[in-house]
Write a protein that binds this ligand. Structure first.
Ligand SMILES: Nc1ncnc2c1ncn2[C@@H]1O[C@H](COP(=O)(O)OP(=O)(O)OP(=O)(O)O)[C@@H](O)[C@H]1O
Length: 629
């Protein structure tokens, strides 16, 4: 059977190339600069291999020249250039990449990093220009050729004059339209920014004549006169800091790099610089900011790391490189073996990305752990800013990440009077202590005053004071740490008593069960139960809860804007060793109406202690006044 060739409608194809591949037209400059860098790399490779070119690294450069009057932007390199055939083959055939062939045909050499691979980047020039002229002279040839094209219509070729080897690409910038401003690509300021953004780490200098202003020499400072002058400025920094050896980089260099690149006026709290080879080869330079950005805990905050391939920016914020709970990390990843899609805007499949992300996660975690261990003050400063995010991380995704995060958490300790880890808490648990106790409230001072803490403190048990809304949700999600269950001090059973005490208490409850039932009745469904407390020592009353939702959680959930109303199952606890108890007993025998009033008062007091507003403050005040007069 005869083998038929596929036909391609090249005009349509070019049209597709130009208009459908890229989301940002500004990347044309990145593509042309990358081509120039590749061309120089190829000649430099020859220099390294043959040594007879007489050229050295310093001789190479790329230049950009905007001309507003002529509406042209010219990109020039002194790389390998192209012969007539190469011009026709490489620029006249879509998807033909001379660079890819070069990579295949030549042994890899250190210091050579060919970027091009798809054979399409050049055509992005037509996104901003209606006519492209390429003048090129191949290294070692004395002929130069001019290739001209207006896009889909095709191209022309003619011989021309050109001094020296290399390529000059002249773009006729399109006129502005109602929707698009093309003028900006002739503006030195925009060009500078684009070079900085995408091509800062191209390893050859990218130069441009920039007009500047200065005070005229010898003029009077009080009456200054200015003159403009032109400076040939190098726009790119060339050396990617992260590729340097760690021991050659000073702290100051890291700090400046971070502050400039991520617009922070403060130095980073921590720098994490790691290079890995193997399944995934990459360099990563990560920073933990000293302070949470103002929008960090809002929806506007976008997490992500910059992603570079061979020093060329692919993605400004790649979210998949960071889990949400480490979203505070800033920085970049540079990898040679990403399989990019044709526009270089995305990755073809994210297998490598997943491998890199999981390595980075482990790295960040271990760096935080070692900070916690070796520099507690620094860690606490980190935790003050980003601890909340870690706690959200524990809670989110049904607690899936608790194992990663639990040892990074800190909570305020009742006995140590400072932030402690769960490991430290468990390490000093008393003999026979079954639970990790915690208490919730607005501030640690307020929690410390809660009557519920009395019995636990009396027994010398440590309590973790939780002051952030998410805290209790996170602990409930974890359920246990090191096989020790978490228990709120407001839970009904704290397991504090001995068997004998339990029996005595049960007896007392039995004796007073009618009165307690009457009290419950008089609160008219507001509480699930009225009980005799095991946790109160000197205070008369407190509130606890039964079941999945605590009073603190009720507060948090009800403060959310989704209008859900949840209610904890409240339990009113009475201290049977307090004189009020005797009073209640005698009222039960003699004056049930008054007992009703007193019960209401005790309930309202318990609510106030918990920081929950009372239903009827006026009635509460009247009851107090009745007692006073
Ligand atoms: N300035 C240049 N000097 C020498 N050769 C060039 C230059 N620009 C382009 N070329 C040649 O033209 C080919 C096609 O360029 P194009 O930008 O379309 O694709 P690429 O760089 O190979 O791949 P990619 O689409 O990944 O950028 C290049 O592979 C290279 O051989």
């Amino acid at each position: 059977m005869e083998m038929k060739q596929f036909q391609a409608e090249s005009k349509r194809l070019l049209d597709l190339m130009i208009n459908s591949i890229y989301t940002h037209r500004e990347i044309f400059l990145r593509e042309l600069i990358s081509n120039a860098s590749d061309a120089i790399d190829k000649l430099y490779y020859k220099t390294l291999s043959d040594g007879d070119t007489g050229l050295s690294r310093e001789d190479f450069s790329i230049s950009i020249q905007p001309n507003k009057e002529a509406r042209t932007l010219t990109i020039t390199d002194n790389g390998c250039g192209m012969t007539k055939d190469e011009l026709e083959n490489n620029l006249g055939t879509i998807a033909k990449s001379g660079s890819l062939n070069f990579k295949k045909d030549n042994e890899p050499k250190e210091d050579i990093e060919i970027i091009g691979q798809f054979g399409v980047g050049f055509y992005s020039a037509f996104m901003v220009s209606d006519c492209v002229t390429v003048v090129s002279r191949a290294y070692g040839s004395d002929e130069a050729w001019k290739w001209t094209s207006r896009g889909a219509e095709g191209y022309t070729m003619e011989p021309c004059e050109k001094e020296g080897h290399g390529t000059e690409i002249v773009l006729n910038i399109k006129p502005n339209t109602e929707e698009n401003n093309y003028d900006e690509f002739l503006d030195t300021y925009t060009i500078k920014n684009l070079v900085k953004k995408y091509s800062d780490y191209i390893r050859y200098p990218i130069r441009m004549d920039v007009e500047k202003s200065r005070m005229k020499e010898g003029c009077d400072e009080k009456n200054p006169e200015f003159e403009t002058y032109t400076e040939n400025e190098t726009l790119n920094s060339m050396v990617p800091l992260w590729r340097k050896n760690k021991n050659e980089i000073t702290e100051d260099e890291y700090n400046r790099f971070y502050q400039e690149k991520f617009n922070d006026y403060e130095k980073p709290l921590k720098v994490i610089h790691s290079s890995t080879e193997g399944v995934a080869t990459y360099n990563a330079l990560l920073f933990i900011p000293a302070r949470a950005p103002f929008d960090f805990y809002t929806r506007d905050y976008e997490k992500g790391l910059q992603l570079y391939s061979n020093g060329v920016l692919i993605m400004e914020k790649c979210p998949d490189l960071l889990p949400d709970y480490f979203s505070f990390v800033k920085g970049l990843v540079d990898s040679q073996d990403l399989s990019l899609n044709i526009s270089r805007e995305m990755l073809q499949h994210d297998r490598q990305l997943k491998v890199i992300a999981s390595r980075l996660e482990k790295k960040i975690k271990s760096e935080l752990e070692s900070m916690l261990l070796n520099d507690r003050d620094k860690y606490e400063s980190f935790y003050k800013n980003f601890g909340l995010q870690l706690k959200y991380g524990v809670y989110e995704d049904y607690g899936m990440h608790k194992d990663v995060l639990q040892d990074l958490l800190l909570f305020y300790s009742s006995s140590e009077k400072k932030l402690v880890t769960l490991k430290e808490y468990v390490g000093r648990m008393k003999e026979g202590q079954k639970y990790i106790y915690y208490a919730c409230g607005e501030t640690t001072d307020k929690i410390d005053m809660l009557p519920q803490t009395e019995a636990l403190k009396d027994k010398g048990y440590e309590i973790l004071y939780l002051t952030d809304n998410v805290d209790e949700f996170a602990l409930r999600m974890m359920m246990k740490y090191d096989d020790k269950e978490f228990r709120s001090i407001s839970a009904d059973d704290l397991d504090l008593e001995t068997e004998e005490e339990k029996q005595a208490a049960a007896k007392k409850v039995e004796e007073n069960k009618d009165m307690l039932a009457f009290m419950k009745e008089s609160l008219d469904g507001k509480v699930k139960e009225v009980i005799l407390s095991q946790k109160l020592k000197t205070h008369p009353v407190c509130l606890s809860s039964e079941g999945a939702i605590s009073i603190e959680m009720e507060k948090v959930l009800n403060s959310m804007p989704n209008d859900q109303k949840v209610q904890a199952q409240r339990v009113l606890e009475i201290n049977s060793n307090h004189p009020i108890f005797e009073k209640l007993c005698s009222l039960y025998a003699e004056d049930k109406d008054k007992l009703k009033e007193y019960t209401q008062l005790l309930y309202d007091q318990a609510l106030l202690i918990e920081g929950v507003s009372i239903d009827d403050p006026v009635a509460f005040s009247n009851r107090i006044c009745n007692l006073m007069v």
